[in-house]
Design a protein around this ligand. Structure first.
Ligand code: HAM
Length: 455
């Protein structure tokens, strides 16, 4: 079954839902298998996104799934939901003779911290040019699963390291906008909301103003925001609780407390976005759920999604490296959620559904013909031609032709022992039933030629 509760579509048909299965053969709650047509659609979307990101000059990075706990407690911040409630923690093993306590490792809940950890580890920020890195990786957060919110989900993200200019912020936002447009989403299918959250000098002043503003209204805050008030008052601004939202509307705004450099930076980012034709809205409630942002913060939300409307988000994080005790370096980036993007594309019917079957289905009728076709199938596959063959040796023509149809082959190649003697095989095009004879002497070259022409 797919995550939508629909029967699973795989090549050759639709599988009935299996209703009586034990826990041991069920994926963990909030985590899903990807296979069949669904995976085919994911792969074609991923391929397109990779092409666009690479055209913008980004190179892929793959970091380990497990990181030391400190990577996230230090980088994402202790006062965030991710660190407080959502991290999957694993006790590492220690040798039975060791007297060391086992270390706590974490399944990465997000990848920006891992990327910065990798940059520092490999000293990439010391290179004399900016680094553009992207990833396409599973993330793990112990959240309450619902539509568009999973415990294992997939992000594609882009990080531009060692560039403090407003053009770098604009580039990353234009990149994400280009991705969504190239996949067929229209301007009305998503909104881009941006804000500036200031820098390390201006934010403490602003936070103090917020605490002073919210304190007299303490009793009207939700339980979570009561706790946030002293430790992370900016998080109250994006609380979904009605009473907190009503208070947040009249709260002091970060944009009014920006230091002159942050203000100029924000102005230049907006100007660049306008010039590049990107439609955006300024939204002072965008503070993001991670603690490492400075200056620009942005979110792409879509009315095509339900409650979990964020398609992607990001911002600048110039102070993150310093949290690892490293000399600070400027950086900006974003991540999009693949599951949510697929939901939005599905809602707009923008997904490819045709799983491509093999070019040829080999059907042998007789032991000598079987040997000939088996060897030919391996030879063609080694040359990159997609061939499938039935290894059941006692099947009749009717069954073999049905199989060719089920696997979605373009041609069926039929060979019996009699045809083998006469030196001719039959090639049947399954779309219209057209059948021709091909001399065995030229068969391999002919099959290769047709497959290449169709590719
Ligand atoms: P984030 O806003 O936590 O940012 O996540 C980015 C995107 O991942 C969200 O907009 C959403 O589409 C998707 N997402 C998040 N949680 C879930 C979930 N439980 N299930 C399904 N999708 C989810 C970050 O992770 C930052 N590292 C982004 C960034 C990169 N900032 C700078 N560079």
């Amino acid at each position: 079954m797919t995550k939508n509760g629909m029967p699973l579509s795989v090549k050759g048909g639709t599988l009935p839902p299996n209703r009586r299965i034990s826990l041991a053969v069920k994926a963990v709650r909030g985590m899903h298998d990807l296979l069949g047509e669904e995976l085919f659609r994911w792969q074609s979307v991923e391929k397109k996104i990779r092409e666009i990101i690479e055209a913008f000059g980004y190179q892929e990075i793959r970091t380990p799934v497990l990181e030391h706990l400190e990577v996230f407690t230090q980088a994402v911040g202790d006062n965030t939901d991710i660190v407080e409630k959502q991290m999957y923690q694993v006790q590492d093993r220690v040798h039975p003779d060791s007297d060391k306590a086992p270390e706590t490792l974490v399944l990465r809940p997000e990848a920006t911290s891992s990327v910065v950890r990798a940059i520092v580890e490999h000293q990439l920020h010391r290179l004399p040019h900016a680094q553009r890195l992207y990833y396409c990786l599973p993330m793990f957060r112990h959240e309450r699963p619902q539509k568009g919110r999973l415990r294992q989900f997939h992000q594609i993200g882009a990080e531009l390291i060692q560039d403090a200019s407003p053009e770098a912020d604009a580039e990353t936002i234009v990149l994400l906008d280009t991705i969504f447009k190239s996949l067929g989403l229209a301007g009305s299918d998503y909104e881009i909301r941006i804000n500036s959250v200031g820098d390390d000098k201006s934010r403490p002043v602003y936070k103090q103003k917020l605490v002073e503003y919210f304190k007299p209204h303490f009793e009207s805050l939700c339980e979570q925001c009561k706790k946030r008030l002293e430790r992370a008052p900016m998080r109250i601004l994006d609380c979904k609780n009605e009473s907190c939202q009503a208070l947040a509307l009249k709260a002091p705004r970060m944009v009014d407390f920006l230091d002159p450099e942050s203000k100029a930076h924000y102005g230049a980012v907006k100007q660049r976005l306008k010039e590049s034709g990107v439609t955006f809205e300024e939204d002072t409630s965008i503070v993001r759920g991670l603690d490492y942002y400075s200056r620009t913060a942005f979110e792409f939300t879509s009315p095509l999604l339900g409650a979990q409307s964020a398609l992607g988000g990001g911002g600048r994080y110039d102070g993150l490296a310093a949290r690892f005790g490293e000399d600070p370096f400027p950086a900006v980036g974003w991540a999009l959620g693949m599951e949510r993007l697929m939901l939005a594309l599905e809602a707009k019917q923008l997904l490819k559904t045709d799983v491509r079957g093999p070019s040829y289905y080999f059907a042998a009728l007789g032991p000598a013909a079987f040997d000939k076709l088996f060897n030919l199938s391996l030879s063609l596959r080694r040359k990159g031609v997609r061939v499938e063959m039935a290894y059941d040796k006692d099947k009749k023509l009717k069954w073999l032709m049905k199989q060719a149809d089920r696997v979605g082959a373009r041609y069926a190649l039929l060979l019996g022992d009699d045809e083998l003697k006469s030196g001719q095989a039959s090639l049947k095009r399954l779309s219209d039933g057209n059948q021709e004879s091909v001399a065995l002497g030229t068969l391999e070259a002919e099959l290769q030629r047709r497959a290449q022409n169709e590719a």
